[in-house]
Write a protein that binds this ligand. Sequence first.
Ligand code: HPA
Length: 275
Amino acid sequence: MTDILTHIEQAHAAIVDKTTVVPRVGLILGSGLGALADDMTDATVIPYTDIPHFPASTVVGHRGELAIGMLADQPVAVLRGRFHFYEGYSMQQVTFPVRVFRALGCDTLFVTNAAGGLHADWNVGDLMLITDQIFLPGMVGQHPLRGPNDERLGTRFPAMVDAFDAELSELTQTMAAEIGITLRRGVYTMLTGPTFESSAELRMLRVWGSDAVGMSTAPEVVVARHAGMRVLGISLITNLALPDGPPANHEEVLEAGELAKPKFSELVKRIVARM
Ligand code: HPA
């Protein structure tokens, strides 16, 4: 067995060598949302290639950098570009940055993603507070906590009914109302991708109680909870994923990210400021 603690320590050492900021909040920015990190001050930017055991990000629209610095007067660590299971990484690799966030001092994970909305009356550009998740790959065995459990990292059987922090959710609703943003609420389902869903799959997701679908986030949430972190998640609805709708494509996902950037950045900053 590879010693994950050693890997975490090595990544941690490489990062603290470059910055004295001790981040409280770890942010993961999804497709097209990475530009939020440009609003940071005093940021130390570290390419993933300079961090031991960090995989390299391969998707268009995702940078491959960790930025540590101040956002809205809070010390934060921001992952500009995440690792997706569909890129070929293991679930352990996908979630490794969350372990590193924890080692750096983060007690909160703030995760964002691009997702397909499963409601015909939703709009592209809507934001959705993630109230719960369906981690389909995890349910069928592609789970980051599969294998021996290291008690120093977390408990063997972590609960997930309260995965998304109630207080942070309330804060998010309040901040959205303050700046006049319509905030949807709903269940995020992760499928592995990289195919977009078939019509039958979309119908299945609706029956299951899903409100949005994407290809990320759930493993990171699971590991953050294992590590005892609070979790807040927001999806940007980049397209409507409807059984009778037009096929989804990656370009529209990136475009919606670009268009939503101002309001999304504003919301994230207000939330972070009050975390
Ligand atoms: N399906 C899966 N993942 C996605 C989608 C979608 O429709 N939109 C953005 N990410």
